[in-house]
Each structure stands twice: as structure tokens, then as C-alpha cells.
Design a protein around this ligand. Structure first.
Ligand SMILES: [Zn+2]
Length: 339
């Protein structure tokens, strides 16, 4: 086995285990372990694989624990780098399986890779991508070897619910949809530390998806960032990367980043209506890899749809695809509503 992991005690009965990921970036995921009266609680578990489970076992053994000590597994959200190993762990240990209650309705769709690929290819086509790009989406978005089946939580949780570690200590569930519709953060009642999953990350801004016009993922994300700003949290432990000293300040920084991106898109639309694909090419750097292009397209759509829902742009159908333009005041000629 050539893969390696890192493990470190964080004090107050909390440990961090960092497991490798088969992606260039992020190339590792942080899993957090909490001691409790009934056994261990593990937050997030990485990609499924024989090497990965062995790394997890070794890291647990390094702290004097075993997988059988797990009382519950929590996943911050329904992404494979955070819950890939969940089915294997739950089947082998019988531990509680905890995710936000909205997850159960999404598991079937999540597991249907072909459906998701075809949906995205359709959205890319509607977004004005050239034929060659659409074909590439259909051809290259094949199900990767590391993709594992998700299962619905046995113990769904709600915003504000407290996951007990002992009679005097709990992990508070803070529902923060946006990066993913089921994303939660956990706040430790004893230390005030926030465990942010992918909601608040250091250095990078989490990807915001577009899954069709029925969801405003960016609007949800901005509201969830506001929630963290309002909590005035300091030490924050993310799903990827090092500790964030000032979690609420970092959430505010990410809010500003999205504000700038929204402004950049409105700027592009000053000249004339454009397709989402053209807007993506204006706002993101050139020569993106296929994966980067896929993410950039969804981010562009998430921003445009948020602008549309908040009355700043409008969308028209032309030549079988969408065009966005600044929202014109009815009957006011060429003037635009300024918001
Ligand atoms: Zn992640």
C-alpha cells in the first residue's frame, strides 16, 4: 500500500484522521473522531476502498481504538469523499448512521450516475455549449471506480438537534445547505469548536452546484454563510485543509467572493445578452480541464439563476438554449433596473 494518512489528537477527546483522496485537489479529507459515553462518534469517512479502510483502522489503533468502538458515523453531506466508506462501516459495525433528514429523498438520485450525467449534459446543451462540448460531457462523465453506493441515514437529524456525546456534552447540528443540499456543520458544546464539512473551507471557496431551475443553491449557500457569520465562531475544523482560526470571518470572506462573482457576471451582461456558456468563458480563466469546465459551468448557472431569482437578470429561450440579460424595466426602453 502506497497511500498514507495523518492522525493527530486535537485535545478535549477529539482526534483528526486525514485520509487520501484520488483527486488532484482536494487530495485529502479530514475525518474527526469524538469520544463519548457510548463509544466513538466519527464525522466523515472518506472514499471507499481496501486501502482506505486499512488506513482508517491503523489510525484508530494509533489512538488505542478499533472500528468496533464506533457508536455512530455522521456524514457532513452526501459527497463521496465524505461518506464513500459509510456503507462498508455500517454493515461491518452496525453503528448508527447520521445525516440530515433531507438526505433520504436524494439517495436514489445520487446513486444513479447515468441519470445525473445525462441531466448535466442536457443542462450544458441548454446553456449554449458547442456540440463538441456536449458530446464530451456525455462521453467523459463516466462512473469513476471510486464512486460507491450511498445509503439513507438510519438516524436522520434536524437543524438545532443535539447529538449527545455524554450527559453534559453534545454536537449541535447546524443545517447549512448550499455546497450540497444536505450539508450540516457540527458545533461542540464543550469547546465551541465548529466542524464545518465543506461549508466553510480555508483558501478555496466550495463548489456550488446547479441541478436545475427548481433550486437556488447559491441563495441557500449565501444564507448558510450568513448563519455562520452570525454565530461568531472561532476555531473551525474543515473537511479539507488546516484549521481556520476565525470561522465566522472566513464565512464572511467567502460571502464577499460570491458578491464579486455576481457583480462580474452582471458586468459581462452590460454589453449584450449572452448564453451561460459565453458568460462562463468570460468570468473563468481559459484552458480549463474537463473537470474544471464542468464545475465552472455549474457555478456559472448557480450564479445566474440566483441573479434571476433576485430580479437582476432575465432569461429568454433562443435557438433551443437560454440567454441571460439584465432585467429591463417594462416600457422603459433601454434603461435597466438598478439593484
Ligand atoms: Zn469534500
Amino acid at each position: 500500500m502506497t497511500l498514507s494518512s495523518e492522525a493527530a489528537p486535537l485535545g478535549e477527546g477529539i482526534y483528526r484522521i486525514t485520509l487520501p483522496l484520488p483527486f488532484p485537489t482536494p487530495n485529502a479529507v479530514n475525518c474527526y473522531l469524538f469520544e463519548g459515553d457510548q463509544g466513538l462518534t466519527l464525522l466523515d469517512c472518506g472514499i471507499d476502498g481496501d486501502d482506505e479502510i486499512e488506513l482508517l483502522n491503523r489510525a484508530l489503533a494509533g489512538f488505542g481504538f478499533a472500528l468496533t468502538d464506533l457508536h455512530r458515523l455522521v456524514a457532513s453531506h452526501l459527497h463521496v469523499d465524505h461518506m464513500g466508506m459509510a456503507k462498508r462501516i455500517i454493515v461491518s459495525t452496525g453503528c448508527e448512521w447520521v445525516m440530515h433528514s433531507s438526505t433520504a429523498a436524494e439517495v436514489e438520485h445520487y446513486n444513479d450516475w447515468d441519470h445525473r450525467r445525462n441531466e448535466l449534459a442536457r443542462l450544458v446543451e441548454e446553456g449554449g455549449a458547442p456540440h463538441q462540448a456536449v458530446t464530451r460531457f456525455r462521453r467523459e462523465m463516466t462512473r469513476p471506480a471510486w464512486f460507491s453506493e450511498a445509503i439513507a441515514p438510519t438516524h436522520p437529524v434536524e437543524n438545532g438537534q443535539r447529538i449527545p456525546l455524554s450527559p453534559t456534552r453534545s454536537l449541535e447540528v447546524i443545517f447549512t445547505p448550499g455546497h450540497q443540499a444536505n450539508q450540516v456543520c457540527l458545533r461542540d458544546s464543550r469547546t465551541g469548536r465548529l466542524f464545518s464539512g465543506d461549508h466553510v473551507l480555508p483558501r478555496i471557496s466550495p463548489f456550488i452546484p446547479y441541478t436545475g431551475e427548481d433550486q437556488d443553491h447559491l441563495g441557500a449557500y449565501l444564507a448558510s454563510l450568513d448563519r455562520i457569520v452570525g454565530l461568531d465562531v472561532h476555531e473551525t475544523y474543515p473537511g479539507h485543509g488546516p484549521i481556520i482560526e476565525q470561522g465566522s470571518a472566513r464565512a464572511h470572506q467567502i460571502l464577499l467572493h460570491h458578491q464579486r462573482r455576481l457583480d462580474a457576471m452582471l458586468e459581462v451582461l452590460n454589453e449584450r445578452p449572452r448564453t451561460p456558456w459565453q458568460i462562463m468563458q468570460s468570468v473563468f480563466r481559459p484552458n480549463l480541464s474537463f473537470l474544471e469546465e464542468r464545475l465552472a459551468f455549474q457555478e456559472t448557472m448557480a450564479h445566474l439563476e440566483h441573479l434571476r431569482r433576485t430580479g437582476r437578470v432575465q432569461r429568454t429561450l433562443a435557438d433551443g438554449g437560454w440567454r441571460y440579460e439584465k432585467w429591463k424595466v417594462e416600457g422603459a426602453g433601454t434603461s435597466y433596473l438598478r439593484l
